[in-house]
Each structure stands twice: as C-alpha cells, then as structure tokens.
Design a protein around this ligand. Structure first.
Ligand code: CTP
Ligand code: MG
Length: 376
C-alpha cells in the first residue's frame, strides 16, 4: 500500500503573495490541488499536512478524494514529515512538497519503482550550475557527482520512521531540509532517480509569473488631403508614409504628431499591454513637443528596453495593416526585417489588406493597424 505525505504546512513567506502559496491559483487551479491530483492515481492514502489556520480552507479542496485527509504540520518541514509519519498506514511512503505542482506521472511512477526495487527513490537532477563552497576559502567541486534534489522522495515507511526516530534522539531533525539527507545520515544511502526540470518548487514571487504573456494593440491615423497640405493645414507634407520604418511612396501623407507609423504604434501598444504598462499615449504624449515628428522605430527601441527590463523577450509578433492605397506588398519584406531587428525575434508576420472600399479605410480616408505579440 502506498501513502502520500503532501507537505503543505509552510507559510510561503518568500513568495510574498496575499495568500499562502499553496492556495495560489495556477490557471484557476490552486497549487495544492495540482500536486494532489497528480498523486491521486498512484496513492492509496493521501495525508495533507497543514497549519491549523489553513485547515478550513484545505478541507474543501480534498473533497474529490475519498482517501485524502489532513494532518497537523510542524514548525519545520522535518517536524511536519515526522508528525505525518505517525499517521501513515502504507508500507511505502512518498513525501512530496505541495509547492511542486508540476510533478509528472512519470516521476511518480519512477519513484515508486525505485522504492520497490532499491528501497528508496529520490527525485534529482545532475547539477547544471557550478556549485561553490564558501566560508573557508572558495572551492568549486567537480560537477560530476553533484545533484540537485527535488521531491517526491519515496521510502519503505518503517525505514524512514526509524531514521526520523534516530534523528529526533540526536536532536538533529531540523538540520535537514529534505528527507533524503536525514535518511542518508540515519538509515542508508538513498537511491537517486532522474527528475525533470519542469518539477520546480514555487518559492519566489517570480515563480508565479505566467511563463508567457500575450498583448494586443491597434492604431488608426487619417490621411491628409492634398489641398489641406497645400494650405498648410495638415502637418506633414511628404510624398511617402512611414510603415514599420520603411518609407512607402504615397500621394497622401498621414496626419500625425510623430512620423505616423501606424503599425509600429499598434505594436508598441501590444508590447506595453503585455507587460502590464500604460499605453504609448501615456509614455510618449502627443502634446509633448519632444515627440513632434518622432521616429517611431526609435520609440519602439525604448519600449523594447521596458520589455527586456521586465524579464521578457518576444516569441512572435503578428501585424495586420488595412488601407486602400498605397499597395504595400512590395514593401512587406523590408518592413518585416525592420521589425525582426527591433524585436530581436525572427517570427514576425505582417499581413496587408484593403477594406473592400467600405468605411473610412475603404474610402481612403485612413489607415488602421492591429498587432498581437507573445512574450516569454
Ligand atoms: N512545509 C511544511 N511544513 C513546514 C514548512 C514547509 O509542510 N513547517 C512545506 C511547504 O508548505 C512547501 C514545502 O514544505 O510545500 C517546501 O517548503 P518551502 O518551499 O520552504 O515552503 P514554505 O516554508 O511554505 O515557504 P517559505 O520558506 O518561503 O516560508
Ligand atoms: Mg520554508
């Protein structure tokens, strides 16, 4: 019989969230529920360790599982596991951090197999970063024998209990941040099996930031009439319009405070909204003389600095431009290359079309662009 000890009795201090991190909804499902549901097909008994103050909120989350119940946690993780072991009835016990919700079925299966074959199974990965011992000098041991250790960790219940009892006698329980270390010190060397990089422990605020962000933006400008330009009413008097930094020959200019690069404005709004920033009107107000005739590609550079500053990069961008005239297809490839360079991303798509003579676009009075971006 297989028992699960799900460690959920921490307070999630480092995550600094308004709720204990185990309740944080990941795409609508609390972290704790994700961890629990991963083990449900494998465990005959599921003990969810919790703090007294969280129990009332945890109990309803256990209702889908007949074999799940709460047990009271301790002041440290080791104390939590030691207390839970008293309630375990299976001969095999798997210990898992509730804060690792991305654990896979393969990991759990491999863990159980390892316990059945070798008496223990500790989810781990070969270290990829260099490890350094400091304090007494600076020693960087060879990475060949260095592993980082995750959960789940599985054991024969009687052996883990005995190890905890011995550690308790020695007053050493709290020296260990996981069960494998304590087991190694008071039972035997545990057996490692290969974990997965996706099996991260959610610890700091950034661990809860979605891995991808989507953004959408749109912009419209009016074409100035030639007679307005002649009479000096329209601001621009050029024989081209700027689109994605490319000068496209046009018999009508775009009315704008900046260079009127409509698709780049749409793209900047898409980027800014994806990172949760205010729009371009806020960052580059058209009442500010500094932006008169501004090169929008330069403004895009500044927006990209904000994107990178937020820890994001562009995964792909998609732009759609609607105008009746001029014909854009000969210029699309140059536009794409400009955007690729500015966004630092190859996957840039630009579609151009007319509006079938309908509305302000169809009547040739204006130009509209839409942009979507995906950020990593
Ligand atoms: N845990 C536990 N009992 C404790 C401390 C921690 O059951 N006394 C659990 C946590 O709920 C978590 C797992 O052990 O699922 C791993 O610990 P950690 O990531 O350190 O979580 P917290 O202790 O909650 O977070 P923090 O250290 O930032 O306060
Ligand atoms: Mg902790």
């Amino acid at each position: 019989m297989i028992s699960l000890i799900l460690c959920a009795a921490g307070s999630g201090e480092r995550a600094n969230l308004p709720v204990n991190k185990i309740f944080y909804p990941l795409e609508g499902m609390p972290v704790l529920c994700r961890s629990l549901s991963a083990f449900a097909p494998f465990a005959d008994e599921m003990l969810v360790c919790c703090r007294a103050e969280d129990e009332a909120d945890i109990l309803p989350l256990l209702s889908p599982y007949e074999n799940a119940r709460t047990v009271r946690g301790g002041a440290t993780r080791a104390e939590t596991v030691r207390l839970a072991l008293e309630a375990v009835s299976g001969d095999i016990v798997l210990v898992h951090d509730a804060a690792r919700p991305f654990v896979t079925a393969k990991i759990i299966r491999d863990c159980i197999e390892s316990v059945k074959t070798y008496g223990s199974g500790v989810c781990s990965l070969p270290a990829t970063d260099t490890v350094v011992f400091t304090g007494k000098g600076y020693e960087t041991p060879s990475r060949d024998h260095i592993y980082t250790v995750q959960t789940p960790q599985g054991f024969r219940t009687d052996r883990l209990r005995a190890a905890y009892a011995a550690a308790l006698c020695a007053g050493a329980c709290d020296r260990f941040t996981d069960d494998s270390g304590l087991y190694a010190a008071y039972a035997e060397e545990p057996r490692l099996f290969r974990g997965d990089r996706c099996n991260v422990k959610l610890t700091y605020p950034e661990d809860f930031t979605p891995a991808a962000r989507v953004g959408f933006g749109t912009d419209t400008h009016a074409f100035a009439h030639q007679d307005e330009i002649d009479r000096g009413i329209a601001r621009l008097n050029l024989n081209y319009i700027k689109l994605c930094g490319v000068a496209v020959p046009s018999d009508r200019a775009i009315e704008a405070h900046s260079d009127g690069d409509v698709p780049v404005h749409a793209l900047m709004d898409a980027l800014l909204s994806a990172i949760g920033e205010r729009d371009i009107g806020y960052h580059f107000p058209d009442t500010d003389p500094a932006y008169a005739g501004a090169d929008s590609m330069k403004l895009l550079e500044r927006v990209m600095k904000m994107v990178h500053g937020g820890g994001f990069s562009v995964k792909n961008a998609s732009v759609s431009i609607l105008c009746e005239r001029p014909r854009l297809s000969p210029y699309i490839e140059n536009m794409r290359n400009n955007l690729r360079a500015a966004l630092g991303c190859e996957a840039v798509g630009i579609a151009a079309g007319t509006n079938e003579k309908l509305g302000y676009i169809g009547e040739g009075r204006g130009i509209t662009a839409y942009a979507t971006v995906l950020l990593k």
